[in-house]
Design a protein around this ligand. Structure first.
Ligand code: TRP
Length: 73
């Protein structure tokens, strides 16, 4: 049911947030992790986590390639 592939998030600025959203009928934030520049988080989608939101400037490495998030004021 869930995808065992890992997603790697590398913060490109201080204060990047990786936010996990719940699986199921309710889609809610259940966890927020703060990363500073150069910090890396390695995460999976699980039975509890169906989506992730990345807030801030980061590089996200996955089987889909590399995508960059950014935050413009
Ligand atoms: N307890 C969460 C879970 O098992 C931990 C987790 C997994 C998580 N992947 C995540 C938290 C991605 C935030 C973002 O689903």
């Amino acid at each position: 049911m869930t995808n065992p592939d890992y997603i790697i998030i590398r913060a490109e600025e201080d204060g990047v947030h990786v936010i996990g959203l719940t699986r199921g009928t309710d889609t809610k934030f259940h966890h927020s992790e703060k990363l500073d520049t150069g910090e890396v988080m390695i995460a999976q989608f699980t039975e509890h986590t169906s989506a992730m939101k990345i807030r801030g400037k980061a590089k996200i490495y996955s089987t889909h390639g590399v995508v960059e998030s950014d935050f413009k004021k």
